[in-house]
Design a protein around this ligand. Sequence first.
Ligand code: NAD
Ligand code: MG
Length: 399
Amino acid sequence: MLGATGSIGTSALDVIGRHPDRLRATVLAAGCNVEALLSLCRRHRPLHAVVADEDCFEALRDGLREAGLDTRAHAGAGAIEELAASGECDTVVAAIVGAAGLPSTLAAARSGKRLLLANKESLVLAGELLMAAAREGGATVIPIDSEHNAIFQCLPPQPAGNGNAGLPDEAMRAQVARLVLTASGGPFRGRNRDSLRQVTVEQAVDHPNWSMGPKISVDSATLMNKGLEVIEAHHLFGLPGSRIDVLVHPQSLVHSMVEFVDGSTMAQLGLPDMRTALAVGFAWPDRIGSGVGGLDLLACGGRLDFEPPDTAAFPCLALAFRALEAGGTAPAVLNAANEVAVSAFLQRRVGFLSIAALVEETLAALPATAAGSLEVLREADAAARRHVGALVADAPVPA
Ligand code: NAD
Ligand code: MG
């Protein structure tokens, strides 16, 4: 469980705790929140606990000892990567936030794990390489993003070890006309661009339907989250951006749809709670309890609404489509610039509208080049972080 102390991590551990006969958390990894990690260790008694921040090692080791646990303490990104690839687990939940999750996600893919992939930034940054690693490593990839998990459920189940990481092969892709990703529209749906100038961090992270970590909550408010998801869907399901559409659906009950070439559309519905997707990931093709109740459409207001996304008010979605089309290093630049811009917004260094502006400026300053290797992608990621970091440093602090 990588990112154990986060929103996805907590949901995943809740599902695991419901099935002691079937599931056990053997490795818990987090960034630097030792107290939260120790509390999870007391509850789940893993074999290993690991913090990315090496300065937190002693606190973790001593805390485990004081709690009387046999759990072994580790620290450093390298330790997370090693444990993700090790025989200590057969399933990896990749739920670290941001590009920081790429090395461990790649390690799990290469070593043939069942990979419950929540860390969408790793797919945006290095989707081709990550999917190739999963195919070559014999991993099974199960998307843990409500939209992609919905699409996964709408597609016919793939035989185990289909050489395509359990995802659609070319023959199946030819039967799909398009994917329709639904979007809640976020907390600012219906507002025009000008009215977004003064929105606060508190308003931006206050999502109407989902409870999530701060970074993805801001991404949902800018619609960059949906843009990242379009790129994510492209890599997972092998379709071009021209066959991936976005539809705003404010109730967040229809989690996405697949339209087939015969005119059928399959949709997956459920309450907005990530434990459903996680239970699918753990048990697929079986079904297990997740703690999420069934859907009563009448109790949910008796209606499902749909509207087109407003890309004038929320330009990040269009920027992501453009980066996907440009290909090469462009998605890596988009992702890195967005991570830095969102972090600057969360630290109140720049205003909400600056997020899209900073990403756009960075994409223009660093035109796409071919991205054949991880090295090239890492360099593009670093260059984008430097570029947008300098722009942020020069920006006036918002009133
Ligand atoms: P979060 O901020 O709540 O949790 C992030 C976790 O990652 C924490 O455990 C933190 O300690 C850990 N972490 C941060 N930096 C790290 C580092 N450098 N090394 C190791 N661990 C590190 O985030 P979240 O909302 O749980 O999201 C996690 C991922 O799942 C993101 O990629 C997000 O886009 C994706 N996702 C989340 C949701 C959701 O409902 N929360 C839905 C779909 C996809
Ligand atoms: Mg999503």
